[in-house]
Design a protein around this ligand. Structure first.
Ligand code: ADP
Ligand code: MG
Length: 625
């Protein structure tokens, strides 16, 4: 075995560089973060060939004295923390004091800086970790750091750099994130002499998002705001109907730092709950302010991960606030009552989503929600061929009072324009825009074909009824009006032992829902009572499905989520099947119900309920246009 030796400083720096400096974008990140920490309000980044050959970051921040400039490139040299307490109270982007040393170890590095224009500026050059030059020189207040030939002395690293385009796009994305986190600062990015980004200073968050991503994105977002001594946040989130199929438009900043945090992400999704289709993702841009004591940023060298001291509390705050915001905006978002004059006065408006009583509202008087008597399929017959929307006057009044009530108790403030005409063909808006569908018939006992003014629509009868049922069951449950009925002959079912255990664990909740199931002996259980609404279902299969559902949640699941999943199962079992022939009246009744509900147009499993084919598009297909 060779003798143990302490490594020379230059080698230590090279090794450390492996952690901090992964690629050109990581260099830019460290340099720009230093500029932010130095109080700059203008940061200009210039790169060549994706940063592989040249990176320069110029700022108008505090600059450094000659002495500090020399120290700054030493390892563990920082002006940002000096003791343990500071480490627990990080207010700056940097604090580890290793970036400049690490970068200088693997590049040709030049630092020019000036902290005081009267004293003048100072310049140092380092090549592969060795100081090659230092001198006074004239320079305006601020700092410029230039990196040439990154990884010139670490060939293995150099090989790992990707194409110019890839490295460039990493830098571009990075600057966007830094700009979003710091809307007060002007950012410029120049690549191969082209000015590719120039984002002005002193913008509000919406303007900044618009500058970074365009109005196509920012127009689909609604503001949210929450303020409390423990935590405050500001953000813009998408309407459920404007959500996307990718997670690209999700940005979270904690104390201006772009972070990836599972707790916050999960909480935002939880806030959307069943409003999102499966595999569809909300857009959100959220800036959180938290006391630095509440987070640990010293988890990862690149500092994009943070640890929250109190994740549960933060999860609750986010999911509740987002959910409240969406509920309050729900009606405005899905319907535009003024544009849809009333054609029928005999139907009470259903405002399911806003009236979706949450458990903490239990016991409050429940608003009139149900239009239909609970006939076999829950259908309401209507002599009219037209789908009629419910009384829009009532709806409008209800909207107003609901909203004013909610605004007072609601810490969110809105400045979006949710009433604006929808501009995309999302299914949710189709119903709102074009409301008078006329039934043409049923396709293969599965889809309802109807015509709008300038369109043909196909409605998935099972998905539609499932969504209606889901809303109905859920509202009734929280209103405590979910009737239950004893079975004439109890159904005996055998369950695997682990399911028996699950059943016992969840017995109380199931009883609340109207399922009375007793242990019969051994692995057998007897189903004695089920909710009336489910009287025609196969009780045994339904219970097995419900157990599958609760099994997924384990002990940690939130009761509300478990309930929702059970409601989904109940809805699915009680909804009309995809193979069932329907009379025109039944189809009519189904669409009436749908129209009367303020709900998203996809089933609780996330499949669409309705698809619209524009006549212009059909004409084009037939080469008429
Ligand atoms: P850290 O940011 O973790 O402190 P760095 O190695 O990135 O460590 O920087 C070392 C020190 O150099 C900083 O603490 C700061 O005092 C100084 N510094 C670096 N960049 C700048 C800059 N652009 N303007 C002013 N001071 C800077
Ligand atoms: Mg730093």
């Amino acid at each position: 075995m060779p003798k143990i030796q302490i490594l020379p400083e230059s080698l230590i720096n090279k090794i450390a560089a492996g952690e901090v400096v992964e690629r050109p974008a990581s260099v830019v990140k460290e340099l720009v973060e230093n500029s932010i920490d130095a109080g700059s309000d203008q940061i200009f980044v210039t790169i060549k060939n994706g940063g592989k050959d040249y990176i320069s970051v110029l700022d108008n921040g505090n600059g450094m004295t000659a002495e500090d400039a020399q120290l700054s490139i030493e390892r563990h040299a920082t002006s940002k923390i000096i003791n343990n307490e500071d480490l627990e109270n990080i207010n700056t982007m940097g604090f580890r004091g290793e970036a400049l040393a690490a970068i200088a170890a693997v590049s040709r590095f030049e630092l020019t800086t000036c902290g005081d224009e009267e004293t003048g500026g100072y310049q140092v050059r380092v090549e592969g970790g060795k100081l090659t030059h230092s001198a006074r020189m004239g320079f305006p207040k601020g700092t410029r750091i230039t990196i040439e030939n990154l990884f010139f002395n670490t060939p293995a690293r150099q090989k790992f750099m990707k194409s110019v385009n890839t490295e460039y796009s990493h830098i571009h994305n990075l600057i966007i994130r830094l700009a979003l986190g710091n809307p007060d600062i002007q950012f410029r990015l120049t690549h191969n002499k082209n000015l590719v980004l120039n984002i002005p200073k002193n913008q509000n968050f919406r303007q900044r998002i618009q500058d970074c991503f365009g109005s196509e994105i920012s127009d689909d977002l609604v503001e949210c705001e929450y303020e409390e001594s423990y935590l405050s946040f500001k953000g813009l989130i998408s309407y459920p109907s404007k959500s996307r199929s990718s997670k690209r438009w999700q940005h979270t900043f904690v104390n201006n730092r772009y972070v990836k945090n599972k707790t916050i992400n999960h909480a935002v999704y939880a806030g959307y709950r069943t409003l999102l289709m499966k595999n569809i993702h909300p857009m959100f841009f959220i800036k959180v302010d938290l006391s630095p004591k509440e987070i640990d940023v010293n988890v990862h060298p690149a500092k994009t991960e943070i640890r929250l001291r109190n994740p549960n509390l933060i999860h609750t705050i986010f999911s509740e606030q987002i959910s409240r915001l969406l509920k309050t905006n729900n009606r405005k978002q899905f319907f535009n009552p003024e544009n849809n004059p009333s054609t029928s006065e005999d139907v009470e408006p259903i405002s399911t989503t806003e009236n979706r009583i949450s458990p903490d509202q239990e016991g409050q008087p429940f608003p009139e929600v149900f239009v239909e008597t609970n006939e076999q399929l829950g259908f309401q017959s209507s002599p009219s061929q037209k789908i009629e929307r419910p009384s829009s006057t009532k709806r409008t009044e209800a909207t107003k009072s609901d909203e004013s009530e909610q605004t007072i108790s609601n810490p969110f403030s809105f400045s979006g324009q949710p009433d604006a005409e929808p501009d995309t063909l999302s299914p949710v808006h189709l119903l709102a825009q074009d409301y008078n569908y006329q039934i043409i018939g049923q396709l293969l006992n599965k889809y309802i074909i109807a015509q709008g003014e300038k369109s043909m629509v196909l409605i998935d009868q099972h998905a539609a009824h499932e969504r209606i049922r889901f809303e109905e069951i859920r509202s009734r449950f929280y209103a405590k009006t979910l009737d239950t009925q004893p079975l004439l002959i109890p159904v005996i079912m055998e369950l695997p032992p682990q399911d028996g255990l699950l059943l016992e664990q969840h017995q109380e909740s199931l009883e609340k829902m109207g399922f009375v199931i007793d242990h019969f002996g051994g692995n057998d259980y007897s189903i004695k009572e089920i909710p009336t609404i489910l009287q025609d279902c196969d009780a045994q299969n339904l219970i097995k499905d419900i157990l599958d559902e609760v099994a997924q949640f384990g002990k940690s699941g939130k009761m509300e989520d478990i309930y929702d999943n059970i409601f989904e199962r109940m809805a699915c079992h009680s909804a009309i099947r995809a193979s069932q022939p329907l009379s025109t009246q039944e189809m009519q009744a189904l669409l009436n119900q749908l129209a009367a509900m303020n709900i998203p147009l996809y089933c609780p499993h996330g499949r669409p309920i309705l698809i619209e084919f524009n006549i212009n598009d059909l004409d084009k297909k037939f080469k008429r246009a």
